[in-house]
Design a protein around this ligand. Structure first.
Ligand SMILES: CC(C)(COP(=O)(O)OP(=O)(O)OC[C@H]1O[C@@H](n2cnc3c(N)ncnc32)[C@H](O)[C@@H]1OP(=O)(O)O)[C@@H](O)C(=O)NCCC(=O)NCCS
Length: 160
């Protein structure tokens, strides 16, 4: 399958926001209010993407998904990596693009951290199945009054 992963840049912001908004609105029906594509959101994403640590997946040359990583924000912990956002255009769901993006994210996290965390919605079956299928394990922690649950990934880390 012609999937390519490459670093994202600020120039990708409009298409990244299209993917993000469409995936959110299709994925979180009944769980989160819908969101809209607007200039403010595109500008915020352009700033985020310019900082690095974001990658896009292209399918036949079209940006079809995105992923970002960084240090854990909540809890604030520079030694713990965090999978920030992963999203795939619903047109391409279940074609392996999410997995390809996840492999890239895990490679990057493994290079910088002994362990990584992600947060997802407690009642979000699709996301949890996806994370389980890519090797993440629930760690029984919650936040936001139980609305979010976390998963962990431990790397066999023997960097010197
Ligand atoms: C979650 C998401 C990123 C998965 O992307 P994807 O490209 O469809 O993922 P893949 O095709 O690589 O699927 C990998 C595996 O995850 C699991 N999976 C993915 N979607 C699933 C679903 N709807 N139901 C059950 N299992 C699912 C399956 O095991 C799947 O393997 P299979 O298709 O061989 O059975 C995508 O659905 C999405 O963008 N959703 C909206 C945003 C979102 O949920 N982001 C992450 C949570 S915050």
């Amino acid at each position: 399958m012609p999937i390519t992963i490459r670093p994202a840049s600020a120039d990708d912001a409009l298409r990244v926001v299209e993917v993000y908004v469409d995936s959110w609105n299709a994925g979180f029906v009944g769980l989160m209010p819908p969101i809209a594509l607007d200039e403010g959101r595109v500008a915020r994403w352009a700033g985020e993407l310019a900082e690095g640590n974001w990658w896009v997946a292209e399918y036949d040359g079209v940006v079809a998904g995105l992923v970002g990583v960084g240090p854990s924000r909540d809890p604030l912990d520079p030694q713990l990596g965090e999978l920030d956002t992963i999203a795939v255009d619903p047109t391409y769901w279940r074609t392996g693009i999410g997995t390809a993006l996840m492999h890239k994210a895990l490679d990057e996290l493994a290079a910088g951290y002994p362990e990584a965390i992600l947060w997802t919605l407690a009642d979000y079956d699709r996301g949890q199945r996806f994370y389980a299928s890519t090797g993440w394990q629930p760690d029984s922690n919650t936040r936001d009054n139980g609305h979010q649950v976390s998963y962990r990934f431990t790397f066999s880390w023997n960097h010197t």
